[in-house]
Write a protein that binds this ligand. Structure first.
Ligand code: GN1
Ligand code: MG
Length: 362
């Protein structure tokens, strides 16, 4: 592996001599490495793009470059300082100048490592408020992007599609796992109509799609030493979606008192302090463009994402764990149960969420 990584980075226009290449982060899809260089040269992040999942890498990288250059222009226009730490910079390959390199088998990309920045697996109310503001800003900056971004994974956050995948998996039952998960399947099916309402509102022309990040997990954000957000990372899934994607997926990870795969299910709970702080931050930057219907459905978004993730993890479990990386045999089932418990907790807090949002906007 070491040799492979060393030979791959030679195809990118890096400054400085490579000192070491080591694994970085906790992504479930791509493989990520930190490339340390000697002396004053910047360090880099090398990623192998999972092209079983992102099947059209060229479109993917075009999307990402459109987004980063648009954000860079916005930051420049706003007179921001330290812009290189506030938006990702990708490095072209030395053969044809593209922002990825295909070695005949795998797709790779390199970006400049942001120094003195941290990612976290959990947040407190203060950093959640900052995160809310940051994701609201991210969406706000992209409201006027000229480029038409394609869906890097078609139907990625389409709940009707995710349920269709689950039902197909149940029908096929390739590993004989369906009987064991019947109770949770029934619970998920009970909520299917309510949870697919965004798709219906969209078809009725009532709900817009906007450019969203679509993977606003807590660990997809970089914080500086003071706990302020520097930038949003992991841009693979930036695409048109409902704003619920970014609002709901952050709360799914940020407001869960435990990690998404913690087996101690009884302790999984939706943290209303995080909800309040994040929502306040988000509304402060997003209320300039949100419609009343989008605002009204923020509590729905908080429920939708644990629900969608439970459906996706369960689908993968039934299919024999072909999508998400797993660390032990029933990892996807544990994740499913965890997300379902989170959903139940969100459901008990819905009236309280509505009241809080109404108060904030009054
Ligand atoms: C995946 O790669 P990572 O870990 O940031 C997934 C998200 C899920 C998440 C669950 C392309 O994100 O949609 O919410 O795992 N990304 C893709 O932890 O499927
Ligand atoms: Mg990630």
């Amino acid at each position: 592996m070491k040799e492979l990584l060393n030979s791959v980075v030679k195809h990118f226009d890096l400054k400085g001599k490579v000192d070491s290449i080591k694994p970085l982060g906790n992504g479930l899809i791509n493989d990520t490495y930190i490339v340390r260089t000697e002396g004053d040269a910047p360090d880099y992040v090398l990623q192998r793009i999972n092209h079983n999942i992102f099947t059209d890498v060229d479109t993917l990288m075009t999307n990402i470059c459109e987004v980063t250059s648009h954000i860079r222009k916005k930051l420049e226009a706003a007179g921001e300082k330290d812009i290189d730490r506030k938006v990702l910079t990708f490095v072209p390959n030395t053969t044809d100048g593209k922002y990825y390199f295909f070695d005949g088998e795998n797709y790779w990309r390199v970006m400049v490592f942001i120094p003195d920045a941290h990612t976290f697996e959990a947040v407190n109310p203060e950093s959640s408020r900052n995160a809310g503001k940051a994701f609201g800003n991210f969406q706000a900056m992209l409201v006027d992007i000229d480029a038409e971004l394609k869906e890097s994974i078609p139907d990625f956050h389409n709940m009707e599609f995710r349920l269709k995948q689950l039902r197909e998996a149940v029908e096929a039952d390739p590993e004989g796992r369906v009987a064991e998960v019947k109770p949770i399947l029934d619970e998920l099916e009970k909520r299917a109509h309510e949870m697919t309402k965004a798709e219906r509102l969209y078809r009725e022309g009532k709900l817009p799609k906007r450019i969203c990040h679509c993977d606003t997990k807590v660990n997809n954000m970089m914080f500086d030493d003071n706990g302020d957000i520097l930038c949003v990372i992991d841009l693979d899934t930036v695409m048109p979606s409902f704003i619920f994607s970014d609002y709901g997926d952050f709360l799914r990870t940020g407001a869960n008192k435990l990690a998404e795969d913690d087996p101690d299910i009884d302790r999984v709970e939706f943290d209303m302090d995080i909800f309040r702080a994040f929502t306040e931050g988000y509304l402060s930057s997003a209320k300039s463009f949100l419609t009343p219907l989008e605002i009204e459905n923020l509590p729905y978004a908080a429920a939708l994402f644990p629900y969608m993730q439970a459906v996706r993890f369960l689908t993968d479990y039934i299919n024999g764990d072909t999508y998400y990386k797993i660390k032990y045999p029933d990892h996807n089932l544990v994740r499913t149960r965890n997300q379902f418990k989170l959903l139940q907790s969100v459901e008990t807090h819905t009236p309280e969420m509505r009241e809080f949002i109404a108060e904030k906007l009054a």
